[in-house]
Unconditional design. Structure first.
Length: 142
């Protein structure tokens, strides 16, 4: 069955930019690890998904297709309207690099977590601990 423009439009409107499944996995794990954070600070370049203001660190959770990751899911090339999608994904990558550079210039450290890597909890935990540092236990909870 060939997809109609109306069906494609409805499908694309359903794609969320916030509270995606990979983002929720990262947020829940960070919270369980004891880190507290803010969501989507619009005053920072790129509106990072997860912000740790006290640490001056941010996390972006990128969808592999939308941000042109090199994994099998991100490396797919759409069959329909190929020129449009390749241009759009290329522009997304340029914008991502510009946002990361702007954050670095503002003395913020950034971590990009890809959608394809959000499923491996042990690796994700290792990445978060390495990026955010070991969480110290409070004196009242020892």
């Amino acid at each position: 069955m060939k997809e109609t423009p109306e069906l494609r439009s409805r499908t694309m409107r359903a794609v969320k930019s916030r509270d995606t499944a990979p983002e929720m996995i990262v947020r829940r794990l960070a919270f369980r690890m004891g880190y507290r954070f803010r969501l989507c600070r619009k005053d920072l370049p790129g509106c990072p998904d997860i912000v740790f203001p006290g640490l001056r660190k941010v996390i972006f959770v990128h969808g592999c297709f939308w941000h042109g990751h090199s994994c099998p899911r991100g490396a797919r090339t759409p069959k329909a309207n190929q020129a449009y999608w390749l241009k759009k994904i290329g522009e997304n990558r340029v914008r991502d690099e510009r946002n990361l550079a702007s954050l670095a210039a503002m003395a913020w450290r950034s971590l990009v977590i890809w959608e394809c890597g959000a499923g491996d909890e042990a690796e994700l935990r290792r990445q978060l601990r390495k990026f955010l540092g070991r969480k110290k236990r409070s004196a009242t909870w020892q």
